[in-house]
Design a protein around this ligand. Structure first.
Ligand code: HPA
Length: 257
């Protein structure tokens, strides 16, 4: 069964797997030949199956820069999709909400990202990527406008309020200082997290269309003294999983069309 859509389930979002009719389950590390330290709450399994009648390939968990991996390895799951038949990549993540309006449990449709060397390290396109010449990849409209429109419509049909904004990636694993949060806001970010951007760069390099969704797991507001913990992020992700699953399930057939 060739997948039409690939999906990456972020921290605490493993519950998405419950909706999938799984026909095959493998270890991501084994299939991709990546070895990385374990991170609590992240299974790193590769599922093949179907969801809402759509053949899907799902990465339950991902690799992070904070595990000491080069960006090219962080993006290895997406590079492996080249030639798989998948045309769309749905990336999900847990993120802190920089915008005052965002509350834990909210969903944010990602319309762009900030991923600069100063914020998060290196590009996944810096070799070793693939044999062959360096490619200069356009990242304009990397978060596909048409797929965003389909998702906005699906959310409206379900009565799910969906924020939309810019995701800033930092390397982590330290959470941001108040000054860093103020800086990210000044730069135009609405949410901040430790993943996603390398995978989206790789997705564009291999020609996949991208839909990005953040689950806001905590407030990341510099005026407030709230400091997230990894456990809190996982818990909030778990609680928001069913809502995210409903939205993805609704839009999946249109993504595969
Ligand atoms: N900062 C960075 N990464 C995160 C956060 C945060 O507040 N929440 C979830 N991932």
């Amino acid at each position: 069964m060739r997948p039409a859509v690939a999906l990456i389930a972020g921290s605490g979002l493993g519950g998405l797997a419950e909706r999938i009719e799984v026909v095959r389950r493998d270890s991501m590390d084994e299939v991709l030949g990546v070895s990385a330290p374990a991170v609590g709450g992240q299974a790193r399994e590769l599922l093949v199956g179907s969801w809402a009648g759509v053949p899907v390939l799902v990465f339950l968990g991902r690799y992070h820069l904070y595990q000491g991996l080069p960006a090219a390895e962080v993006a290895a799951p997406v590079r492996a999709l080249h030639g798989s038949g998948a045309r769309v990549l749905v990336v999900t993540n847990a993120a802190g909400g920089l915008d005052q309006r965002l509350q834990p449990g909210d969903l944010m449709l990602i319309n762009d990202h900030l991923f600069l060397p100063g914020l998060a390290g290196q590009s996944p396109l810096i070799p070793p990527r693939m044999p062959g010449p360096v490619e200069f990849v356009s990242m304009r409209d990397a978060y596909d406008p048409q797929l965003r429109e389909l998702t906005r419509r699906a959310a409206a049909e379900l009565g799910i309020s969906l924020y939309e904004g810019v995701y800033a990636m930092v390397a982590g694993p330290s959470f941001e200082t108040a000054a860093e949060l103020r800086m990210l806001r000044l730069l135009g970010a609405h949410a901040v997290g430790m993943s996603t951007a390398p995978e989206v760069v790789m997705a564009r390099a291999v020609g996949l269309r991208v839909l990005g969704l953040s689950v806001i797991t905590n407030r990341a507001v510099p005026e407030e003294a709230t400091v997230p913990s990894h456990e809190e992020v996982l818990e909030a992700g778990k609680r928001a999983s069913p809502l995210l699953a409903r939205l993805i399930e609704r839009v999946l057939p249109a993504l595969a069309a």
